[in-house]
Design a binder for this molecule. Structure first.
Ligand code: PLP
Length: 387
């Protein structure tokens, strides 16, 4: 038998992919499945972006690019961050990677090892806890509670810092809750971190374009006092419906750029060139497709929150960001996993159990509303039938 490294047993997963595969297998058997499980826009990548990728291939851009990304792409990222957040970013601090995930993996590998503590949101994107454990570091959860609109409490985060803390991961708007952390909490966190200059902060802002109900995104880049230890993650997957292209970036502190570039060289050399040209077109071209998508998500959000609240035993907070509803299902008497399994097996609606996002997600189920209003209404109708 093969003898695997111990670290392998510590690596977790993202259950949304397991559910996607299960839903796919059921659909292949002829079942009519509505997928509210996976977190990806149901829209196609806007045409001018696709064309830019095709043109790059036709024009012969088939080789390696610089490991940290094409200079034009990194400049386009800096210009986009100026446009959206009003901040100055040095394009040399931007490192382009294949999607949002590699940044979190590299950030955790850069700081994580046995004896070190890394804080992460719980319930939160499952890859954070997975890679923290993989690195050998101790994961320290930041509790996200429904009564706080699933926002973190700066006081709680700061109170958990020890001399072993090396990295704090935050995510707003958040997966799986849709929670948006108010500016006051972020102000407090940044102010409190001044007393802990050895602690790095990774702010996952992949949903920075998806806020509703008059909420505005607060980027951690807007706090100059933390720039020397901020890793700000964003990317194209959600904003431009480009999940399968694999394109993302982070703005890194000066002291980290060389380390992360070396991780890129060891891991993947560079993102494929054509995708990077598509990424330039996305950032520099018209943004109306983004506005249209966000407007559609906003309408569906109203529908899904209203409909979920009409189900017996279910209550759903209107959290305000990303494209997820995270209803509390404790009143149904089912556990998260039971609800997820019954919704899929009995009525063909794919969702993801709250516990897939950490132990503190028990009592909740994640519904992605990156799907048509008709499908959302039909999904809720089916679920109503078994409650
Ligand atoms: N960060 C969060 C919070 C996410 O929800 C996701 C995707 O679901 C990602 C990052 C990763 O996105 P990508 O597909 O670009 O790796």
């Amino acid at each position: 038998d093969l003898i695997f490294a111990d670290s392998l047993s510590r690596l977790g997963t993202e259950s949304a992919f397991t559910i996607l595969a299960r839903a796919g297998a059921l659909a292949a058997q002829g079942r009519d499945i509505i997928n509210l499980g996976i977190g990806q826009p149901d829209f196609k990548t806007p045409e001018h972006i696709v064309e830019a990728g095709i043109k790059a291939l036709r024009d012969g851009y088939h080789g390696y690019t610089p490991a940290n990304g094409l200079p034009e792409l990194r400049e386009a990222v800096a210009a986009d961050l100026h446009r959206r957040h009003g901040v100055e970013v040095n394009p040399d601090h931007v490192v382009v990677v294949p999607g949002g995930k590699p940044t979190m993996f590299f950030a955790v590998l850069m700081f994580g090892q046995p004896g070190v503590e890394i804080m992460y949101p719980n319930p939160g994107f499952p890859i954070y806890e997975s890679v923290i454990r993989y690195s050998g570091a101790t994961p320290v959860p930041i509790a996200l509670k429904e009564e706080n609109g699933f926002a973190f409490s700066a006081e709680e985060v700061l109170g958990q810092i020890t001399d072993k803390t090396r990295l704090i991961i935050i995510n707003s708007p958040a997966n799986p809750t849709g929670g948006v952390t108010p500016k006051e909490e972020i102000d407090k966190l940044v102010a409190g971190l001044q007393a802990h200059p050895h602690v790095a902060l990774m702010s996952d802002e992949i949903y920075s374009n998806m806020l509703y109900g008059g909420r505005e995104h607060v980027s951690l880049l807007q706090y100059p006092e933390i720039r020397d230890r901020l890793i700000m993650l964003d990317g194209w997957s959600k904003t431009y419906a480009m999940t399968g292209w694999r394109l993302g970036y982070a703005v890194w502190p000066d002291s980290c750029v060389e380390h992360v570039t070396r991780l890129c060289i060891n891991d993947h050399s560079c993102v494929n060139a054509a995708t990077q040209y598509a990424g330039i077109a996305a950032l520099t071209g018209p943004q109306d497709a983004v506005r249209d998508m966000v407007a559609a998500f906003d309408q569906r959000r109203e529908v899904i929150v209203r409909e979920l609240n009409s189900l017996p035993g279910v209550s759903c907070a209107d959290a305000g960001g990303a494209f997820y509803a995270f209803p509390n299902i404790t009143g149904t008497g089912m556990s998260s996993v039971e609800a997820q399994d019954r919704f899929l097996d009995e009525v063909g609606v794919a969702t993801v159990a709250g516990t897939s996002f950490g132990a503190w997600g028990e009592g909740y189920v994640r519904f992605s509303y990156a799907n048509s209003t008709e499908n959302i209404l039909e999904a809720i109708r089916r679920i109503r039938g078994i409650l």
